[in-house]
Every structure is written in structure tokens, then in C-alpha cells.
Design a protein around this ligand. Structure first.
Ligand code: M6R
Length: 436
């Protein structure tokens, strides 16, 4: 509930209240509120009056305005370099190029940290949709850097199985809103099982934030567009730091490598700024792209979840059929879909899987697919094979997801716009999914 002059505003998400007031009261489960004018009284499940704390949100009402952009989504995409910089800032020493994030979670005291992290045998990361794709990137990075077995799960699936949780498991829950019903149910389930839960959320004092054992913040600022953009890339940045720090604390990361990857992450916001120039590329291409019968998004390794997220963005905004696939899976089925009316969006940055991805791309092209590729500057072979080619700045393999996300968001934004859809409020969708 937001308490404003003359009224009390009720919403499932603080973003909705922010234009009117920064003073909020969070209702807990089974509580009810009696509201009259600007007065309110909260009661517990037994009808007993409860005193509630009024909290001040540290976001400004300006942050919840479009600031000259035609849509919140476009504004939020253009904010991504700053959002990523804000996500990184509290956990990185910019002089020493060192990471320190695990000690900020509140899960362990300074003298417990290294023993506690050394004893983690398994990590599970649970979330919904876009946050789940960020989880998949995070899981990949944790395994590659820290060598800790990591699995990722969709919250609505996890909660209705009997998940087998090994001893010494750390759970990480990701939720931009911190109010997603399925994610919250998983949090409570895990807590009952006495699994320590670290939450990553964007909304301070949201239910997930309040109930988790430890917490990290995306620091992306209010995200108003229904399609998640800046919260996604901010989460990718946090997951990268977590993977590096876990590797470091467990003695798996050389000092040189720590410095190299932290520098790469610190360089990412400026690189993302240059990637935003592709706005024009997609605003011009949208008139053609909107006529394709469907889109296949492909990537390998850490880029695969970005392909899934790219396809989701197009589905939710342009209402076009789009699928994300691991590029190596193409010949196992999706190749049959390809003809000259099918667009194939290939994520092929310069990394250890580049040559393999290129051969998947050749297969798609040979079947008549229209290739839109996103690669690294100087990938001439990729350019030659593509109908449209977008070159990203050179970065560490693990930083590429941050750079690739922006073009995919802009592609979906412009195609949706060209089709005349409401990009900020796509049909049938809500920003926070507080029911099953
Ligand atoms: O707030 P959460 O991160 O828990 O939300 C999860 C999904 O509901 C969210 O990612 C949603 O699918 C967005 N529309 C994605 O753009």
C-alpha cells in the first residue's frame, strides 16, 4: 500500500505506486487492511490489529517517467549501460580489479566465508522466464569459472516435483519484481527444506527479498515496461561476479584471470553504449523483418540462453512465432522449418565455439534461411554468409551475453512497433505475475 495525501494506493508492485508516493507499507500473507481516505489499519489472519512499518522507496518518481522516449522499454534499453555499471559498482574494486560479492550477500560472516563457500557441493538457480534465462547464463558461468555443479530450474516446474536436493546445496532465486508467485513458492519450499537461499531482486523489500536468507540487488532502477530488459542485463552482470568470486574464494581463479575478467566487465557498460547504435540498424530493418513467417534464434554455450531470451522478447512484443535453439540441435529437427520466409538470428561471437556455430549457420543458409547474424567485429566470414550482419565490440567470451542482449531487445522492440503493437503493455501480460 502506498500512503499518499488523501488516499491509500494498493498495488502488487511498487512501480505502480511510485508516481504518487514513495511511502509504502508491505502487507504480509493473510493480512488484511481496512482503508478509509488516507487512514488504514492492518489486521492479521485472526483479525488482530497489527502495527506496520512505513518504508520509503529509494527510487525517484522521475525514474518512472519516459523522459522523452516514446516507450518505457526503449528508455530502459538505453539505460542498460548505466544499470550494469550500477549492478557492478558495489562489488568491484576498480583500482585493484578485484571482485568481492559473496561477502555482501549477508549469508556468511567474514570469517565463515571461505569455509562456507568451500563446502558448497551444488548450486541450484530457480526463476521464471527472463529471470530463468539469466539463471541459465549464471549456471554456465559458475560451472566454467568455479567448477561447482549447477542446475537451473523453472520455478513452476520445481515446485510441483519432489526435487532431490543434495547436502551442501546453495539455492539462488532470481526475480526482478520479487513478487512472482511461483518463485516465492519455491523460496518457501526451499526454506522448509533448510536450504540456504540467496535472492537476486530489483525491488528492495519485495517479498522474495524479505524472505530470503541472503540478498543481492540488481540496482537497475524501476523497470516499467512489461518486457524485462535492463533487469536482465544487470542480473547477468551479478551472476558473472558471483561466478568469479566463488572461483576466487575456492582457490580456482588466478589473480591475473580475476583482473582480466573484472576489467572486461568494467569495460562492458561503455561497450554496451556503442552497441546501442544498432537501434538504427533494427529500426530500418523492422519493415522487412515483420513480414517473415517466423524466427529461429540460435546460439551455443553461454550464448544459448541469450537466444532463448531473444526469442521470448519477439514473442511477447511482436506476437510472432519465435524459437530459441541450441545451434548444435538444428539438424535434429528445426532445420525442417527453414525456408526463405524463416529468419535465422545467429549469435556467433568470436569465442571457442565460433567455428562450430559458423557451420550451423551454413546449414541454415543452404536451406534458404534468411541469416541475421550477431558477431564480433572483424568476423568477415560471418558477414559474407549473412543477409544482415551486426558486429559487436571484441570482449571476453563471458561478457558477450551483455552485448548481445541489446540488439535482440531492439530487434523485438522495432518489429513490434512496425506492427503497431503496444510495446510497453503487450496483450495478455502483466509486469508482475503474482498468481499462478
Ligand atoms: O519479476 P520476475 O523476474 O520474477 O518475473 C519473471 C517473469 O514474469 C518475467 O521475466 C516476464 O516473463 C517478463 N515479461 C519477461 O520479459
Amino acid at each position: 500500500m502506498g500512503t499518499a495525501k488523501g488516499s491509500v494506493l494498493i498495488a502488487s508492485d511498487v512501480q505502480a505506486i511510485l508516481p504518487y508516493t514513495k511511502k509504502v507499507v508491505y502487507l504480509d500473507d493473510l493480512e488484511t487492511a481496512h482503508v478509509k481516505g488516507e487512514a488504514f489499519q492492518v489486521f492479521d489472519a485472526n483479525g488482530k490489529p497489527v502495527e506496520k512499518k512505513v518504508t520509503t522507496i529509494d527510487w525517484t518518481a522521475e525514474q518512472a517517467k519516459k523522459e522523452g522516449y516514446p516507450h518505457f522499454m526503449l528508455k530502459e534499453i538505453f539505460e542498460e549501460p548505466r544499470a550494469v555499471a550500477r549492478a557492478l559498482a558495489p562489488h568491484v574494486d576498480v583500482e585493484k580489479h578485484a571482485v568481492d560479492i559473496l561477502s555482501h550477500t549477508g549469508l556468511w560472516s567474514a570469517n565463515q566465508l571461505s569455509a562456507a563457500c568451500a563446502s558448497i557441493d551444488r548450486i541450484i538457480i530457480v526463476a521464471c522466464c527472463t529471470s530463468f534465462y539469466a539463471a541459465q547464463v549464471g549456471g554456465y558461468l559458475i560451472e566454467q569459472f568455479a567448477g561447482v555443479a549447477t542446475s537451473t530450474d523453472i520455478a513452476s516446474e520445481f515446485r510441483y516435483r519432489k526435487p532431490v536436493i543434495a547436502k551442501n546445496t546453495l539455492a539462488i532465486l532470481i526475480s526482478q519484481s520479487g513478487e512472482t508467485a511461483d518463485t516465492l513458492a519455491v523460496l518457501r519450499q526451499l526454506k522448509k527444506m533448510q536450504v540456504p537461499v540467496l535472492s537476486i531482486s530489483n525491488v528492495k523489500n519485495s517479498t522474495v527479498d524479505r524472505e530470503a536468507d541472503g540478498r543481492l540487488y540488481m540496482n537497475a532502477g524501476p523497470e516499467i515496461g512489461v518486457a524485462s530488459t535492463k533487469a536482465f542485463t544487470a542480473t547477468l552482470a551479478l551472476m558473472h561476479l558471483l561466478a568469479l568470486d566463488l572461483a576466487k574464494v575456492r582457490g580456482q581463479l588466478k589473480l591475473n584471470d580475476e583482473s582480466r575478467y573484472v576489467r572486461a566487465l568494467l569495460a562492458a557498460p561503455a561497450q554496451m553504449e556503442t552497441v546501442l547504435a544498432c537501434d538504427k540498424f533494427f529500426s530500418e530493418a523492422a519493415a522487412t523483418l515483420k513480414n517473415y513467417k517466423g524466427f529461429l534464434y540460435m546460439g551455443r554455450g553461454v550464448n544459448y540462453p541469450i537466444a532463448l531470451e531473444g526469442a521470448l522478447k519477439l514473442k511477447e512484443l511482436a506476437y510472432m512465432h519465435a524459437e530459441g535453439y541450441a545451434a548444435g540441435e538444428m539438424k535434429h529437427g528445426p532445420l525442417a522449418l527453414i525456408d526463405d520466409r524463416m529468419a535465422v538470428v545467429m549469435l556467433a561471437p568470436s569465442d571457442s565455439l565460433y567455428e562450430k556455430t559458423l557451420s550451423n549457420l551454413e546449414e541454415a543458409k543452404a536451406r534458404g534461411g534468411v541469416i541475421i547474424s550477431i558477431g564480433t567485429v572483424g568476423n568477415e566470414k560471418l558477414r559474407a554468409l549473412s543477409a544482415r550482419y551486426l558486429a559487436l565490440p571484441r570482449a571476453e567470451w563471458s561478457v558477450n551475453p551483455l552485448l548481445e542482449s541489446i540488439p535482440l531487445q531492439l530487434l523485438a522492440y522495432h518489429v513490434a512497433n512496425a506492427l503497431g503493437h503496444d510495446v510497453d503493455q503487450p496483450r495478455n501480460l502483466a509486469k508482475s505475475v503474482t498468481v499462478e
